[in-house]
Design a protein around this ligand. Structure first.
Ligand code: PBG
Length: 322
């Protein structure tokens, strides 16, 4: 038997024979943009992450670009909420302002999260009907309007995360009708109903005031259903699809890579980030090493893009080892 150790002997050999390389341009930085504040507001459950006023968001985006990251994913956090989430597509809505400011200041690709949960007073991802369920036609209508507002602000990619049936088709036709045929759709295709989103809901103040999201997000046990859902999104016109969360769903990332020929993004979500950060703060894990290993594993599973809250730090560390 050939000793497989032979190619692992020195750092240069190990790097030369690496099968998977994580590069800064593989990473996407999520940014929470807060309306109505002039100072960053730290998110307690996500050490190192803050909700940023537009000016600071631009600075973070610039830092990401300088570190080699090529895309950011924006989440607006409005100061006013209402049943229809009107700030989501307001001309001077906080996400729209941030999109325009970042496009003006950097050559980054700007992805814009497209959902209602941070904008509605009830915290659900859609418009509610009188019985308290999701009113699908009204919700899809709102998604189309938000997509057009984000496109008008300069978004390169809209990323619908509500996981409502027919959302990709509705958004595609709204964008095309408004003259934004060049704006792409990254669909949160396999978005599982996950407990790993807890810290995000603090960051975006988007926890549902009653009920949960299990009627539209995917059951964690179902890989086949996830593939069917991603295929449906591609058939409706998604240019790329996302798997989310990432680490607990690497088999889904891998299966998606095998089954589909669109780019696959995987989202290392707030709970993944928070868990590692908390352990690192306690001295129980080597934070930077774990972050890099985890993100590399997501790429190894088949993701083309990895969305990660520590994108800047990881990108800088990758630069140093080159
Ligand atoms: C909103 C949305 C969520 C995330 C991204 N977009 C949360 C949810 O469904 O409650 C989660 C991201 C994260 O946890 O980092 N639809």
């Amino acid at each position: 038997m050939r000793p497989l150790r032979r190619l692992r002997r020195t750092p240069a050999l190990r790097e030369a024979f690496a099968e998977t390389r994580l590069a800064p341009a593989d990473l996407v930085l999520p940014i929470f943009v807060q309306e109505g504040t002039s100072e960053p507001q730290p998110v307690a459950s996500m050490p190192g992450v803050s909700r940023l006023p537009v000016k600071h968001a631009v600075r973070a985006a610039r830092e990401a670009y300088d570190a080699g990251v090529r895309a950011v994913l924006l989440f607006g956090v409005p100061s006013r909420k209402d049943p229809l989430g009107l700030v989501a597509d307001a001309r001077n809505g906080v996400a729209q302002d941030a999109i325009t400011a970042i496009k003006d200041d950097t050559p980054l690709a700007v992805f814009s999260d497209l959902c209602l949960c941070a904008y509605t007073d009830h915290g659900h991802c859609g418009v509610l009907s009188t019985d308290g369920g999701i009113d699908l036609p009204q919700t899809l209508q709102r998604y189309g309007e938000i997509a057009v507002a984000q496109a008008r602000a300069g978004a390169d990619v809209v990323a619908p995360s509500g996981r409502m049936d027919g959302q990709v088709r509705a958004i595609r036709s709204a964008l095309d009708a408004a003259g934004f045929a060049d704006v792409a759709i990254l669909s949160y295709g396999a978005k599982f109903a996950s407990a790993f989103y807890g810290p995000f809901r603090e960051a975006a103040a988007s926890a549902p005031s009653h009920g949960d999201r299990r009627s539209h997000q995917l059951p964690p046990a179902n890989r086949r259903e996830a593939l069917a859902q991603m295929r449906a999104d591609v058939d409706e016109g998604a240019d790329a699809v996302m798997v989310k969360p990432a680490l607990a769903y690497l088999d889904v990332v891998h299966a998606a890579r095998q089954a589909l020929d669109v780019p696959i993004a995987a989202y290392a979500v707030s709970g993944e980030y928070a868990a590692f950060r908390a352990a690192a703060q306690n001295g129980w894990l080597d934070g930077p090493a774990v972050a890099r290993e985890a993100l590399t594993s997501i790429k190894r599973a088949g993701a083309d893009l990895v969305i990660a809250y520590d994108a800047i730090e990881v990108a800088l560390a990758l630069g140093e080892t080159r």
